[in-house]
Design a protein around this ligand. Structure first.
Ligand SMILES: [Zn+2]
Length: 136
């Protein structure tokens, strides 16, 4: 019997998500920025969460962020995530919160507030994901 467990959830490639995933594949992540109030949007969508404007431009992000929260999983759900693995909530310098994983070395002491920057990993199936590494 063939294992049908996905390596990782596939990227959502809807109208508003596709440009973001293309920028991730180019290792230069971009997000929508509201043309009315300059708020960055994540996840991608049709309206600004702050002012409800429909106007936006795709803008590169700095990749700099800080950790808001974290957890370590000891149960495996997907092939790409062997245990133990961490999940972090980060706040991008541009404002939005994202959920990702911390790559490389882990903080000594509290993870909360640690400065991180985006790094891109390529899974066995070729999927490129944005993850975050500590700024040393
Ligand atoms: Zn706005």
């Amino acid at each position: 019997m063939q294992d049908k467990t996905p390596l990782s959830p596939p990227p959502v490639l809807g109208h508003y998500d596709r440009p973001m995933w293309e920028s991730i594949r180019a290792r230069a992540m971009r997000l929508q920025q509201c043309k009315h109030c300059n708020t960055f949007r994540y996840p991608p969508g049709p309206t600004c969460g702050y002012c409800l404007s429909l106007d936006f431009e795709w803008q590169p992000i700095s990749g700099k962020a800080s950790i808001w929260s974290w957890i370590v999983f000891h149960r495996q759900y997907l092939e790409a995530y062997t245990t133990p693995y961490n999940v972090i909530s980060i706040q991008l310098e541009e404002g939005p919160l994202m959920v990702s994983n911390l790559e490389g070395s882990e903080p000594k002491g509290s993870w909360i507030g640690q400065a991180v920057e985006i790094c891109y990993v390529t899974l066995k199936d070729g999927t490129i994901l944005p993850r975050f590494c500590l700024i040393q």
